[in-house]
Design a protein around this ligand. Structure first.
Ligand code: ZN
Ligand code: ZN
Length: 478
């Protein structure tokens, strides 16, 4: 299209050669606003992909849990069977919500793809800035407003936090910090204020360009305990620096139970001397901390290794070289990766109940649960009991049972005041509908005692195969 413009006419009058030149203006849609709109649509597309992948993973985890629950439901004879049904129903309704969301995502993805196919938007994307057209044009400004509203939905990263995340991505401690964030995430379900943590971390990073040495006691409202976390902190007495120390402070008796956790980005199964390396790591990150992290009187109650070898897991390492005093459930190792992620939750549940003795606290929501004592047996100075816990807030259920054989022989007993008299209480054995850390008994809601491997029917003896790498295996009973 050729246009006569005043400038051309004037120019022409000045020029003496008599030839008229005119600007050639082509009608084009390749304006920067379109490039920015393409950027917006591609951003939506990426976001949808990430959300869909995350929800798919969540759905698989829920389905696995349902299958596990259905299995125990089939085998259960007692009235607990109703409890399992209601847990299954809760999970089924969560699954239905996720499936419903996947339809909505699908719809959104189709719409975004249609937008990306529009001829106007066949251009290179460009980062967004406010332009005259975005401010003034009725339609363009509407598009721009929608994008601003979308951006408002995502949390704004402060400059400090952005810098922290960028430094992290290149850092060899990426796995450790990821584990730390996951621990905070699970603890937030027990009532920890995650926002408090983010504010702390920003401050720590701003002051020292690293988050090493972070420590904090989180006050937990309406829960029987507070949580303490040390990350990469050097302890004075020993000079040791575990990746994590996790502590539970029982408010009622003002006592701490402390545990260490070291992270190793290692796949032992693929190493030539994997088993030996694991053994050395367990001595270094287990035995050493258990014996004298603090020196003196205060003792760590459990020491665990978290790693990325999905073929290795042992919640109760008994190997003499590592567990010199043969204490049950004090040394362990487990795998945790983005695709195999249920063990961290099991670990935290185990710390709460098995290692800290807070078995009256719900492993899903952290609330106090008054257990129902089902049968108390007194024999000489010994006492044993079974307690059923049922959380009215989140419907979680768990049982603290005991091993008749160990109780009879007085193994692993705990001093306990009963009606004002000192007695010895049989060690509790914990059982959950899913995600257990004790060895399961195939056909009933029972577990093998971690000390003698017997089931509740204590007449049967078991031959057990031990390895450092994996959980003990029951190979024959007689
Ligand atoms: Zn609960
Ligand atoms: Zn036993």
């Amino acid at each position: 299209m050729k246009k006569w413009k005043p400038s051309i006419i004037i120019e022409n009058s000045i020029k003496q050669n008599g030839r008229v030149t005119a600007d050639v203006i082509e009608k084009t849609y390749d304006i920067k606003e379109h490039q920015m709109i393409r950027f917006m649509a591609e951003e939506f597309q990426r976001r949808i992909e990430v959300e869909v992948a995350m929800e798919k993973k969540q759905l698989i985890l829920l389905m696995d849990e349902i299958r596990e629950l259905q299995d125990v439901e089939r085998k259960e004879q007692s009235n607990l069977v109703f409890k399992f049904r209601s847990l299954i129903n809760i999970l089924l309704s969560d699954c239905a919500k996720l499936q419903q969301r996947s339809l909505i995502w699908n719809d959104a993805a189709n719409k975004v793809n249609e937008i990306l196919d529009v001829p106007l938007l066949q251009c290179e994307p460009m980062t967004i800035e406010e332009t005259h057209t975005f401010r003034m044009h009725p339609i363009y400004s509407e598009v721009y407003e929608i994008y601003l509203a979308y951006e408002e939905l995502s949390p704004v990263l402060t400059e400090t936090f952005r810098a922290f995340i960028q430094s992290l991505l290149k850092s060899p401690t990426l796995y450790e910090v990821w584990v730390l964030l996951k621990i905070i995430h699970y603890f937030s379900e027990w009532g920890l204020d995650a926002h408090e943590f983010v504010v702390d971390i920003q401050k720590k990073y701003k002051d020292s360009k690293s988050i090493s040495g972070y420590k904090k006691q989180f006050r937990m409202e309406n829960r029987p305990f507070d949580i303490g976390i040390y990350y990469d902190f050097t302890f004075d007495g020993s000079g040791y620096r575990p990746d994590f120390v996790i502590g539970f402070f029982e408010k009622e008796n003002k006592q701490w139970s402390l545990h260490t956790l070291d992270a190793k980005y290692k796949c032992y199964s693929e190493m030539t001397k994997g088993e030996q390396t694991l053994l050395n790591d367990l001595k270094h990150s287990g035995t050493r901390y258990l014996n004298d992290l603090f020196g003196g009187e205060l003792k760590v109650k459990s020491a665990t290794l978290i790693h990325t070898d999905i073929k290795s897991l042992n919640w109760n390492v008994k190997e003499k070289q590592v567990n010199t005093e043969n204490n049950q459930h004090t040394i362990a190792h487990f795998h945790f990766t983005p695709s195999e992620s249920k063990n961290l939750q099991i670990y935290l549940k185990r710390l709460l109940h098995e290692n800290s003795g807070l078995d009256h606290c719900c492993p899903k929501c952290g609330q106090f649960v008054e257990g129902t004592i089902q049968n108390t047996k007194e024999f000489q100075n010994k006492i044993s009991r079974k307690i059923l816990y049922n959380c009215s807030v989140c419907e979680e259920v768990w049982v603290a049972n005991f091993c008749s054989s160990c109780s009879y022989h007085g193994r692993n007993m705990k001093l306990f005041y009963y009606n004002g008299y000192p007695k010895y209480l049989a060690r509790q054995l914990y059982k959950y509908p899913t995600h257990n850390y004790n060895i399961q008994v195939g056909e009933s809601w029972d577990v093998h005692c971690p000390n003698c491997y017997k089931t509740f029917d204590h007449k049967i003896n078991y031959i057990v195969k031990h390895t450092v790498k994996n959980e003990p295996m029951i190979i024959r009973s007689f």
